[in-house]
Design a binder for this molecule. Structure first.
Ligand code: 5RP
Length: 226
C-alpha cells in the first residue's frame, strides 16, 4: 500500500523542483531572490547544493537571511543588485490567475519589494494553497503602528473584519492586521484600494504583480502553471 505524502514531503518535492528550475534557467553567477516561510526554507536547504553556481541571493526577511547564511550562501543588499532574474517564494493562497495572498509569516513588504525587482516570480506551494477565490486566508496588512486603529476602521468600511496580530513586529518595525471575512473577486483592484489607506505600508495581495510560474506539489508530482 502506498502511503499518502505528508505536507512537508510535498513542500520538499516542490522545493527540489524549484532548485532544478533555478539551476536550469539562470546564468552562472546570477542572483536569486529568496522568499520566506516553511516552503521557502525547504528551498533554501535545496539551494545550498547549487550555491557555487550563484553570484549570491537577496533575502526577503531576516529569518531567510540567517538561514541562507547558515548554509554559507552569500546574501546581498537589494540596493546593490541590478539584475534579479528569479524570485522563489511560497504563498498562503493562490488562484487560477496566479494572484496570491501572502504574509502569513509577516514578511509581505520585503517579499513584495523583492518580487517587484525580479524578472520571474516562481511560486512554490503544496496543493492545499490552491483556491478558486482568494480570501478564506485572512489578508495580512502591514501598518505603521500609530495608524493601527484608523486603518482597522477603514478596512471595516471595505467589508473586512481586521484583527491585530498582537505581539508581532515586522522586520520593518510595523504591525500586522489580518483581515477576515473577505471574498476577493477583483484582487488587483482590491490590492490597490487597500494600499491607498494612509498608514498602510502594503497588503498581502500579490495581484498587480502576481506569480509568473506556479510549481504546485501534488501526490502525483509537481505540476506547472503559467
Ligand atoms: C511569509 C509568506 C509565506 O510565503 C507564506 O506565509 C507561506 O508560508 P508557508 O510556506 O510556511 O506555508 O508570505 O510572509
Amino acid at each position: 500500500m502506498t502511503q499518502a505524502m505528508t505536507q512537508d514531503q510535498l513542500k520538499q518535492a516542490v522545493a527540489r523542483a524549484a532548485r532544478d528550475y533555478v539551476a536550469e534557467t539562470i546564468a552562472p553567477g546570477a542572483i536569486v531572490g529568496v522568499g520566506t516561510g516553511s516552503t521557502a526554507n525547504f528551498f533554501i536547504d535545496e539551494l545550498a547544493a547549487i550555491k557555487d553556481r550563484l553570484g549570491g541571493t537577496v533575502a526577503s526577511s531576516e529569518g531567510t537571511r540567517k538561514r541562507l547564511e547558515g548554509h554559507g550562501i552569500r546574501v546581498l543588499d537589494l540596493n546593490d543588485v541590478e539584475d534579479l532574474p528569479v524570485y522563489v517564494d511560497g504563498a498562503d493562497e493562490i488562484d487560477g490567475g496566479l494572484s496570491m495572498i501572502k504574509g502569513g509569516g509577516a514578511a509581505l513588504t520585503r517579499e513584495k519589494i523583492v518580487a517587484a525587482v525580479a524578472g520571474t516570480f516562481v511560486c512554490v506551494c503544496d496543493q492545499s494553497k490552491r483556491v478558486a477565490t482568494l480570501g478564506r486566508f485572512p489578508l495580512p496588512v502591514e501598518v505603521i503602528p500609530m495608524a493601527r486603529a484608523y486603518v482597522a476602521r477603514e478596512l471595516e468600511k471595505l467589508g473586512g473584519q481586521p484583527r491585530w496580530r498582537e505581539g508581532v513586529v515586522t522586520d520593518n518595525g510595523n504591525v500586522i492586521l489580518d483581515v477576515h471575512g473577505l471574498t476577493i473577486t477583483a484582487p488587483a483592484e482590491f490590492e490597490a484600494r487597500i494600499n491607498q489607506i494612509v498608514g498602510v505600508v502594503t497588503n498581502g495581495l500579490f495581484a498587480c504583480r502576481g506569480a509568473d510560474l506556479l510549481l504546485l506539489a501534488t501526490p502525483g508530482g509537481v505540476e506547472e502553471y503559467r
